[in-house]
Every structure is written in C-alpha cells, then in structure tokens.
Design a protein around this ligand. Structure first.
Ligand code: NAX
Ligand code: ATP
Ligand code: MG
Length: 358
C-alpha cells in the first residue's frame, strides 16, 4: 500500500516535470477554457449542418443552391478572394463571383475557370483625381447589375486598404444593405467597417468575422476598452449589441458567435497549423451556410427545432464547424506541410461525413 502510493507520487512527479496532464493541470485547463468561452453553450454544430444543407434534388435548377459574390482582390492579395470564392463552390454553392481590381483579375481567373471574375475595382495609383467620381459611379453600376441575384456577399478578403477602393466598397455596402442582401465582412472589409460602423450598424444580415487583430480593433473602437479573455462571452455580447445587433464570429482556439442576444461556441478540434487563408475559407463557407439557413427557415413553417435561431448564427456555426473539420482532416494527411489549399480539398469529404449527398 505504502509502496504503491510512493509509485503513484513518483508518477505524478514525472508527469508534472514533463509538463504532462495531471488532475491539477486538467482542472487549470478546464478553468482557462471556461474563462475563454464564458458560459457560452457549445453549439450542436453537426445537427445544424444536417438541418440546413439542402438535399441534392433533380428538380432544382442552377442557382438554387446559392450565388455568392466576393468583393476583394488587389495587387498584393489574390489568394484570399480565391480561397473564399472557391470554398463556397466546394461546399455546394452553384455560382461564385469575384469583384476585384484589374491587376488581380487575370491572376484569379488563372487559378480557376469555375469562378466568374469581374475586373472592376480601381486603386488610387491608376486613377486621376478628376476621374474618381465617374469611375466610382461605373464601379457601383457594374456591381448593381448583379446585386439582387446574390444570396450573400463576402466583403474584404484581400481587398487591401487603398482609400479610393475602400470608398467604392463603402457605396457597394450601402447598396447591398438597401437590397437586403446578407453580407459577411472579413479582412480589410473589417478595417473599413471599424472606421465607419454606420455601414453595418442595425443591419441584422451583417456578419463580422474578426481574427485576433481585427477583434482587438473592434473592441477598442466600440467598447473603448481592451479585449478581456476572462469575460469573453459578455464582452462579445456587448460588442454585437454595441454595433447594433450584427452577428460577430470571433475566431480563435474556440470560435465564439453572438448576435447580441445569445452566445454560441464551436470548439470542434481543428488543426494546430495556422497558415494564412483559413479565415478566407471560413468567410466563403459562412456565406453559403447563411444562405442555406435562410432558405431552409423560409421554406419551413416555424415548427423546426432550429426555427427560433437567427440564420446568421446558424450560418456561422455551420461554417466554423465545417472549416475546423476540414482543417483536422487535412492535418491528418499533411501534418506540418498543411496549406490552405489542402484544407479546401477536404471541405467536400468533411461535409459528406456529416451529411451524405445521397
Ligand atoms: N494569400 C492571400 O492572399 C492572403 C491574404 N490575406 C489578406 O491579407 C489582408 C490582411 O489580413 P491579415 O489577416 O494579415 O490582417 P491583420 O490585421 O491580422 O494583420 C496584418 C498586419 O499588417 C498590418 N497591415 C496590413 N495592411 C496594412 C496597411 N495597408 N497598412 C499598414 N499596416 C497594415 C496590420 O496592422 C497587422 O499588423 C486581408 O485582406 C486578408 O484577407 C489573408 O487572408 C491571408 C491570405
Ligand atoms: N488557436 C486555434 N485553434 C484552432 N483553430 C483555430 C485557432 N485559431 C484560429 N482557428 C481557426 O482557424 C480559422 C481561421 O482563423 P484565423 O484567426 O487564422 O483567421 P484569419 O487570421 O482571418 O485568417 P486569414 O489568414 O485567412 O486572414 C477559423 O475557422 C478558426 O476557427
Ligand atoms: Mg483574415
């Protein structure tokens, strides 16, 4: 008895010195996790994915499974809009458009013939001051031709921060809102919106998907304080409410989602690789699932278990869960060399595992 307790103590000592898992470290980690997620409820992500993903049905025509547009892509960034737009197609959207600068367009087209690419945005370096009003008008007219056909816009992946370009996107956001088109705002779109909160304030179809830096900027601007990880859940609620009940998906170890009324978390195991571009997959995915959630809820008659959940929250939960599952699958195969394109290749299988096509 004495001998066995000595062995046990020795084992615990070894675990502690090796930085392993003892009861105490387990407790500490549980407390840290709780602090990070507050009292947020882990979402029933798989059932939500099953509920909102439409059946593949031979009576449907092209377009019914979703038409998505990404506004982004400039001289520096061509990967981000491509990742967002191709992810939407790989999940099951029928059509995916990209509105980008002329420089970026031929590069993005060369990545994939599946995308419909509009080379319409302009950066300051290519426009004379006196031409700016007319060019801005043309950009807007071009996007407007398509606007009502889109089920969701993704604004910001690889957009850059050129002031003239951002002024044009400001107008596009106003028109999308007037047309009641849902908008997922990511990357440099968040840079724009953090500076002009009125663009999304009070618009229930706006979803913001900030990463760690983007979240920090939003909290400082709206709540006038620092990010508080010990009260993450309450702070996210206040932020979403403060911006006027938009939905926010705060990306991190666990994704936290709030529309100012409720907070949900998605902690499904993902991948330890943090290669750039995973947030772009997420924004394209949220756009598709948000469109499917709205379609599903409008077709049903309010008697579904998920009827009372905001479709923007459903879209965020489904997008986050699928992204993390695909990242985990890609990591199993590729380990340290896992890249964003490997994760995109796993989106289809990951959805199939939860929700078989036939
Ligand atoms: N392959 C690609 O094309 C990728 C492009 N990405 C795009 O890269 C852009 C930046 O996203 P991050 O996640 O890196 O942004 P973050 O805000 O997380 O970090 C970028 C860092 O660079 C600084 N920064 C960025 N642009 C700046 C500018 N114009 N002037 C001064 N400082 C600047 C920021 O202050 C920060 O320190 C977004 O448009 C994003 O969508 C990323 O999505 C990753 C992949
Ligand atoms: N520490 C983490 N552990 C597990 N998953 C994470 C972690 N951090 C982020 N993620 C996941 O990775 C995805 C992208 O989040 P990230 O914070 O990298 O976005 P981002 O910086 O905007 O990416 P991008 O490079 O595309 O701009 C999200 O789906 C999120 O759930
Ligand atoms: Mg990003």
């Amino acid at each position: 008895m004495l001998a066995s307790s000595a062995v046990l103590r020795r084992q615990q000592f070894l675990i502690r010195t090796l930085g392993g898992y003892s009861d105490q470290t387990h407790l500490k980690r549980m407390q840290q996790t709780k602090a990070m997620s507050g009292t947020a409820l882990e979402a029933d992500a798989e059932n939500i994915l099953r509920a909102i993903t439409p059946n593949l049905d031979s009576s449907k025509h092209k377009g019914q499974a979703g038409k998505i547009a990404v506004i982004g892509g400039c001289r520096e960034y061509t990967g981000a809009p491509y990742f967002a737009a191709i992810s939407a197609l790989k999940i099951g959207a029928d059509l995916s458009h990209v509105f980008c600068t002329k420089d970026a367009a031929s590069v993005i087209k060369s990545y994939s013939p599946e995308l419909i690419v509009h080379p319409i945005l302009e950066e300051s370096y290519s426009v004379r001051d006196e031409d700016k009003p007319s060019i801005s008008g043309k950009v807007l007219a071009e996007v407007d031709k398509w606007m009502e056909r889109f089920d969701c816009l993704v604004v910001g992946p690889g957009l850059g921060r050129d002031p003239f370009l951002l002024d044009c996107v400001r107008e596009i956001l106003k028109h999308a809102r007037q047309s009641n088109v849902p908008i997922v705002i990511d990357g440099d779109g968040l840079f724009l919106v953090t500076d002009s909160l009125g663009l999304v304030s009070g618009y229930p179809l706006a979803v913001l998907t900030p990463n760690i830096n983007e979240y920090k900027r939003l909290v400082e601007k709206v709540l006038n304080c620092k990010v508080d990880d010990h009260d993450a859940h309450e702070q996210l609620l206040s932020l979403a409410k403060g911006i006027g009940s938009v939905t926010i998906l705060r990306k991190g170890k666990s994704d936290l989602i709030s529309d100012g009324e409720t907070v949900k978390s998605v902690s499904i195991y993902g991948s330890p690789r943090r290669c750039g571009g995973q947030g772009d997959i997420l924004s394209g995915s949220v756009a598709v699932f948000l469109s499917w959630a709205r379609q599903h809820l409008s077709a049903a008659e309010g008697d579904l278990p998920i009827s009372k959940i905001n479709p923007t929250i459903l879209g965020c939960i489904a997008g986050s869960a699928l992204m993390r599952k695909a990242a985990s699958l890609a990591f199993q195969n590729k380990k340290r060399s896992t890249l964003t394109s490997d994760i995109i290749e796993c989106l289809g299988q990951s959805l199939e595992d939860i929700c078989p096509a036939i």
